[in-house]
Design a binder for this molecule. Structure first.
Ligand SMILES: *Cc1c(COP(=O)(O)O)cnc(C)c1O
Length: 375
């Protein structure tokens, strides 16, 4: 069976986890958490990177830091993971969904301005498949209406837009290190902060509303309850796992890119024959080979293809039932404008197996079977 995903494992994980155990520090913010956040800070050039228990939690922190209040409206695409919306719903916001672009499956930047009302507080962009949204246009609208921009860059670690790391262009960026992402710690994520003025408050929110981070740095002589907060820091055991991945970030990137490019090459004739559509990378975007998907004719053809490939021991998946049509989405949000692409394009998309260490033979076997299906 060719699995859809295999969590990344480089070999160093066990050594680092053992080191964490032997150091007698397995709670958060030990040496491995520090190594990971420093690495991410120097790679992304964010003012601050805080490791979190998930991307979901990083987004919740961003929602608190953005001062979202009940009744505020937050604009985002409907084609996304539930956490993108939940983080803001938990602060009492109403979600305003706008349509996506069919080429990248990202929010259509030209539709955002029309969805803004006097209650709009933030725009949340999702860099689908690690391919950047059109950030210049989005930052321009945000600036004119004084809106906060949060980047759900869960899939965008090691991707960039005009040379800038995804997650560092808006006010806050959120990364995921879930086992299905390019770099993993089981469950985990990171919050990227641009404005140094937000750092101290973020540290407090992450540490149960206390100033314990400052205390550990020796900046104050006792720590106390300062504000609202929760527990958003991951264990050292998870950070140790991630450190093994970041230490080989380039190798993992190149390995995934090789598989991605090979899929693209082997499936290009099916696209020329107009049987399927392949992913498009926009000109200002450098992607990270997070995902290889194909788009087929419709939902029926997709079901048939999934079934066919399953019979050949190939596991493929699709995702994101658009949020605006879900029970929670209907209650907590609304779709602004016309759903021209969100639903139709989401029903056509199928993700192929892609993970660190995927064999060349496997890519050949998978693409041959897709071709056989169309013949
Ligand atoms: C994976 C993912 C998340 C959630 O990440 P977790 O680390 O599992 O919380 C959020 N948004 C998008 C777009 C994702 O792909």
């Amino acid at each position: 069976m060719i699995n859809f995903n295999v969590p990344p494992f480089t070999g160093k994980e066990l050594i680092y986890i053992e080191e964490a155990i032997r150091s007698r520090k397995i709670c958060g913010d030990g040496q491995f958490t520090k190594k990971c956040s420093s690495w991410l800070e120097s790679y992304t050039r964010a003012a601050k990177v805080l490791l979190t228990t998930s991307c979901t939690h990083a987004t919740e922190m961003a929602a608190i830091l953005s001062n979202i209040e009940p009744g505020d409206e937050v604009i985002m695409p409907s084609y996304t993971f539930v956490s993108t919306a939940n983080a803001f719903v938990l602060r009492g916001a109403r979600i305003v969904f706008v349509d996506i672009r069919p080429d990248t499956m990202n929010i259509n930047e030209t539709l955002i301005e029309d969805a803004i009302t006097n209650r709009t507080k933030a725009i949340v962009v999702v860099h689908y498949a690690g391919v950047s949204c059109e950030m210049d246009a989005i930052m321009d609208v945000a600036k004119r209406y004084q809106l906060v921009v949060i980047e759900d860059a869960a899939q965008g670690v090691m991707s960039s837009y005009k040379g800038r790391a995804l997650g560092t262009i808006g006010d806050f960026g959120c990364y995921s290190f879930h086992e299905t992402k390019n770099y993993s710690m089981g469950e985990g994520g990171a919050l990227l902060i641009q404005d140094p003025q937000n750092i101290q408050r973020a540290e407090i929110i992450r540490e149960k509303g206390t100033n314990r981070s400052q205390f550990f740095r020796g900046e104050i002589d006792k720590y106390t309850w300062m504000s609202e907060g929760s527990s958003y820091l991951p264990s050292e055991l998870n950070a140790a796992y991630l450190w093994a991945q970041l230490g080989m970030a380039k190798e993992i990137y190149e390995d995934r890119m090789q598989s991605w490019n090979y899929y693209d090459e082997l499936l290009s004739d099916l696209e020329e024959k107009e049987r399927i559509v392949l992913p498009k990378i926009t000109k200002d975007s450098v992607h990270n080979a997070h995902m290889f998907y194909i788009k087929v004719k419709d939902v029926k053809e997709r079901s048939d293809l999934i079934f066919y490939l399953k019979g050949k021991n190939i596991h493929t998946v699709f995702h994101y039932i658009p949020l605006h049509g879900s029970p929670a989405g209907k209650k907590l949000g609304r779709f602004h404008g016309e759903d021209q692409y969100t639903t139709i394009e989401s029903e056509r998309l199928l993700r192929l197996p892609l993970y660190y260490g995927l064999e060349k033979d496997a890519v050949e076997y998978i693409t041959e079977n897709i071709k056989a299906f169309y013949n």
